[in-house]
Design a protein around this ligand. Sequence first.
Ligand code: HMG
Ligand code: MG
Length: 311
Amino acid sequence: MARELPMRIPDPDLPERVTIYEVGARDGLQNEGAAVVPVEVKVEFLERLAAAGLTTLEATSFVHPKWVPQLADAADLLAALPRLPGVDLPVLVPNERGLDRALEAGVEHVAVFASATETFAQRNLNRSLDDQFAMFDAVVTRALAAGLRVRGYVSMCFGDPWEGAVDPAQVAAVGRRLVEMGCHQLSLGDTIGTGTPGHVDAVLDACAAGGVGVDRIAVHFHDTYGQALANTLAALRRGVTTVDASAGGLGGCPYAESATGNLATEDLVWMLDGLGVAHGADLDALVATSTWMAERLGRPSPSRVVRALGG
Ligand code: HMG
Ligand code: MG
């Protein structure tokens, strides 16, 4: 394949640069069988992603190991990971116990993850929608006091497998609480991938009306219904400049059965290259990494770009 493709047609209405927030090692691997991905492979995965030019790598989660056994090795992974200069390595932390473990591991950036719906709060966090805030407030207060940065996720922003349609105003209300707590960034999760571009506008409108502008917002699209790239473009047109993606399209959520992989980083990079939006990643190195990881996992990558270029 001639690598002058995709043809670059810059769009003046889009941001000049986008930060790719790579979640493959966390959201991607949290759905794999515990025995399948040993720590050494996770270390190599993160090193390869960094070498491919990605500067934000969500590394793992300090959640209850019984809830997500795939990431029970979080402390071992961070201990085994060589220094990656210039790379931000955020981790998920649901509660104070998780924060203690993350602080012991020396992390500088954590993320709490709230639910926009009652049912998913119960299923994912064992808390009611209201009670989740008390759990996160304690984490955010202590994390900020310790000099950490805290990202806030909101899950089920576009649809919920148990509750169906989710009111954008409810998403905005949950997001606003996280920002008021002190989260520097809000990542809007389409956990089961049901959103469409107009819906993205509606959620961003609701967030703006609730006082959270696009400068604070990142988008996190799962590609279950094939909408992730279209939804990303809609968000870019609104001025969003941080996009979550997962190398090779790995991913899912163990507590939302209908969630499949995230937007594939390679698919995102292909589109950004065509639109002339800078991102800093090396597509060939990413494709090689995802091809290597697909071999480790024993199944092909769901990313269309990895399949097209992977050889
Ligand atoms: P719980 O059972 O209610 O916890 O779980 P608890 O506070 O009652 O504590 C029970 C026991 O667990 C205690 O031990 C704690 O110490 C221990 P005991 O005293 O009985 O011996 N414990 C822990 N141990 C290690 N690390 C911890 C921890 N916390 C408690 N952090 C909890 C509540 C939140 C912990 C649990 O529900 C949990 O771990 N949930 C995480 C589920 C998860 O990781 N889901 C996937 C990530 S979210 C996602 O993928 C969506 C996202 O990608 C965005 C999108 O797509 O929308 C981010
Ligand atoms: Mg996710």
